[in-house]
Design a protein around this ligand. Structure first.
Ligand code: GLU
Length: 474
């Protein structure tokens, strides 16, 4: 069979819309997208909505929203597998007419009896090919039938997988599976192959839970190539699944598995998720921080590891901290404002970003860290802040209040110089002044540098907060 590797690259992401976009799916989407972008090919999206009972519009929207958030764009409008049913059926009929598929008239009861027998004899549960060589005229008049693919019986089949290497199975392990159901509808296994062919897909990059399907899909390509030519096999790349920290396949019990939870609840930036998913199963040396542009330049299937990768929230958060520090201040202010609520003032937030963002690993921390800017009197105090405002602390605030009030320039440098000279004049360590000041201004003992805080709050608000805590002068 011809190989498609010499033609332009076409990849596809083919999610089944039965739930949100989970981390594994997002990583598959990313790898397909990067591969296409790296080779200047096409990235396509196919929604595999053939299971009408489990597919929902909500899931389609969540998947599209997640891909969009990650910045994965597609070169054509998404294809919906359910809309191609007629074409799938047409291919099934071609296979049937050419003798690569056959009608199976076995009834449900018969098949159940067959399986019961296999179970009893501890044999693998497989269709035994009972209609493979029988003539349909032997079936009762008007009996319903399924169409099964005539898969090779002897020898074995090898897939040269771009990630797993050569993987083989014995053909006797693959049974003649159904491609058209009794009601005439095509099955998933047929639909995938027909769609991949019709979309001109050259590289099938997907989770290795689909490796078994690849062996079953292969005979459809060979049969159709026999019948009409032009059905070369795609290059397969089955990527190992993502595991949780405990080594078990990633699932809900490991925490959030939907990409939207990382966006909406955990305050992760798309750049961080993009970078993290990229590193989850792919490496270029030991580099951790890789931008989108670098990823496009560097990505290839050679860098994809063979063993499952482990999801590590800490690593994701560290990367997120990196991207928060790199992010544009106005953009961050826009993202943090809704988390702060009505009191938030985006202009002030943006101004504060340079001192806020180095302290946050996610948007929630960023919003929390910005809270003091918009606090209203009386400022709520943490326990530690309240302690710093004991009698001594309050007395020091009184001194500072007077000195600050006389300040001509409300700037970082001037306020710093004043505070230092006040500390010296009163023979106090700098911390003895800074601690009650921080408490009074922010209600916490954990904030950006105190002079940054003074400047951001502005003279009036800062003095009001200091005076609210300062001991009344005797
Ligand atoms: N629709 C399948 C899934 O969501 C993917 C099929 C494929 O990539 O071939 O698992």
């Amino acid at each position: 069979m011809a190989s498609k590797s010499d033609t332009a690259v076409v990849t596809r992401f083919a999610p089944s819309p039965t739930g949100f976009l989970h981390l594994g799916g997002a990583r598959t989407a990313l790898f397909n997208w990067l591969y296409a972008r790296h080779y200047g090919g096409k990235a396509l999206l196919r929604i595999e909505d053939t299971d009408k009972k489990r597919s929902t519009q909500e899931a389609i929207d969540a998947i599209l929203g997640g891909l969009d958030w990650l910045g994965l764009d597609y070169d054509e409008a998404p294809t919906f597998q359910s809309k191609q049913a007629q074409r799938h059926t047409e291919v099934a009929h071609k296979l049937l007419a050419a003798g690569h598929a056959y009608k199976c008239f076995a009834t449900q009861e018969e098949l159940e009896a067959m399986r019961a027998e296999q179970r009893e004899q501890k044999l693998p549960l497989r269709y035994d090919g009972r209609w493979r060589d029988r003539d349909p005229s032997e079936a009762p008049e008007g009996a319903s039938f399924t169409v099964r693919l005539k898969t090779p019986i002897a020898g074995d089949v090898t897939i040269p997988d771009a990630v797993q290497g050569d993987v083989s199975v014995k053909n006797e392990e693959l049974d003649d599976y159904i491609i058209l159901r009794a009601d005439g509808t095509p099955t998933y296994m047929l639909a995938v192959v027909v769609d991949d062919h019709d979309m001109g897909v050259t590289h099938v990059i997907r989770g290795d839970d689909h490796l078994n399907n690849a062996f079953r899909q292969l005979p459809i390509y060979s049969a159709m190539d026999d019948i009409e030519g032009g059905w070369p096999l795609p290059t397969y790349a089955h990527i190992p699944l993502i595991h949780g920290a405990d080594g078990a396949k990633l699932s809900k019990r490991h925490g959030a598995v939907g990409v939207e939870a990382y966006r909406d609840e955990l305050g992760i930036l798309p750049e961080a998720m993009f970078n993290y998913l990229l590193r989850l199963g792919w490496a270029s040396g030991d580099r951790e921080e890789i931008t989108r542009a670098e990823a496009i330049e560097l990505f290839g299937l050679k860098g994809v590891g063979k063993s499952p990768s482990r999801f590590d929230l800490k690593k994701l958060e560290n990367l997120n901290g990196h991207y928060i520090r790199e992010a544009d201040d106005a953009l961050l202010a826009g993202l943090a404002a809704p988390l702060i609520g009505q009191a938030a003032n985006t202009a002030l937030l943006e101004k504060a970003m340079p001192v806020l963002k180095p302290r946050a690993k996610n948007l929630n921390e960023l919003a929390e860290g910005a809270g003091f800017l918009f606090a209203k009197q009386p400022i709520a105090m943490t326990e530690k802040a309240a302690k710093a405002l004991d009698a001594d602390g309050r007395a020091r605030l009184t001194i500072l209040s007077e000195r600050f009030r006389a300040e001509k320039d409300w700037t970082f440098e001037a306020l710093e110089a004043t505070t230092k000279s006040t500390a010296e004049a009163h023979e106090l360590g700098f911390g003895k002044l800074a601690q009650p000041l921080r408490a009074a201004l922010t209600g916490t003992m954990n904030s950006p540098g105190i002079f940054d805080v003074l400047v951001l709050l502005g003279r009036e608000e800062a003095l009001a907060r200091i005076d609210a805590q300062a001991a009344p002068t005797a």
